[in-house]
Design a protein around this ligand. Structure first.
Ligand code: ADP
Ligand code: ADP
Length: 226
């Protein structure tokens, strides 16, 4: 786990327009931080700068006590959970979760220990031999999270993970993600354009508009002072 401290982050794309304009957000160790705002407000750009997929024009991106501005994504030890889950249809749940460990050439015994521990936490232990195509949307989401967990990442990043689900499943997954995050206590940054998600999921909410941080507050404070 680690805190993520963004200090005066600016991102200008090729045409010089500031997609992110002097944004400072201090995500505490173990905190669930939401980035919310309308399309084009800069939230994906900010998330991609945390992961290292986008260069930072100016400012400091700190993970723990390390400045990571120039670190490659693979050296940042973060786990990103994508919108479409990116599961491998031909692999079992077990092998989908084990995938990052296989890539890292982790010994079999250790892979087994980690996959079983993660699937227990995620209540997937009865589904390890099944294929993703036979699972519900919620179960698939948990497999994607299992893959993120086994890596012992310092933080989770979510890019609109529920936007492709129907309203009912979205509601279920919302509470599931909140419950899991609390249980794991892992630092989390979660991007959404959905107000309800923002107000129900996070410890704090960062509201962005046209690249500028408008508010940084708890959901309760936002209700009282919208
Ligand atoms: P959001 O995730 O909130 O929808 P983005 O971070 O995708 O917002 O975009 C923020 C701004 O940056 C928008 O004005 C968008 O047009 C611009 N932008 C995003 N990606 C690029 C890119 N690769 N090149 C140029 N401009 C971009
Ligand atoms: P868009 O800019 O079209 O909205 P995304 O924000 O989903 O697309 O882009 C994320 C990109 O980052 C994808 O092309 C994905 O393949 C790439 N990527 C590769 N490895 C990682 C990783 N470990 N964490 C996050 N993103 C990754």
């Amino acid at each position: 786990m680690a805190a993520i401290d963004m200090k005066n982050i600016v991102k200008k794309y090729g045409d010089g327009f500031p997609a992110v304009n002097d944004v400072s957000i201090d995500v505490q160790d173990g905190e669930f931080m939401i980035l919310v705002g309308p399309s084009g407000c800069g939230k994906s750009t900010l998330l991609r700068m945390i992961v290292g997929l986008e260069d930072i024009t100016s400012g400091d991106m700190m993970i723990g006590d390390k400045r990571v501005n120039d670190l490659a994504p693979r050296d940042r030890n973060l786990s990103m959970v994508f919108q479409n889950y990116a599961l491998y249809p031909h692999l079992t749940v077990y092998e989908n979760i084990a995938f990052p460990l296989r890539l890292a050439k982790t010994p079999d015994a250790e892979v087994d220990e980690k996959v079983r521990a993660a699937s227990k936490t995620l209540e997937l232990d009865e589904h390890l031999e099944r294929k993703p195509g036979n699972l519900s949307g919620g179960q698939r989401q948990r497999v994607a999270m299992g893959r993120a967990i086994v890596r012992d990442a310092d933080a989770f990043l979510f890019d609109e993970p529920l936007s492709n689900l129907d309203a009912k499943l979205r509601g279920q997954m919302r509470s599931e993600i909140a419950r899991l995050q609390k249980r794991l206590g892992i630092t989390t940054v979660y991007v959404t354009h959905d107000q309800t998600e923002a107000m129900t999921l996070g410890d704090r909410v960062a509201v962005l508009k046209r690249g500028i941080l408008q508010q940084l507050a708890t959901p309760r404070e936002l209700y009282e002072n919208p």
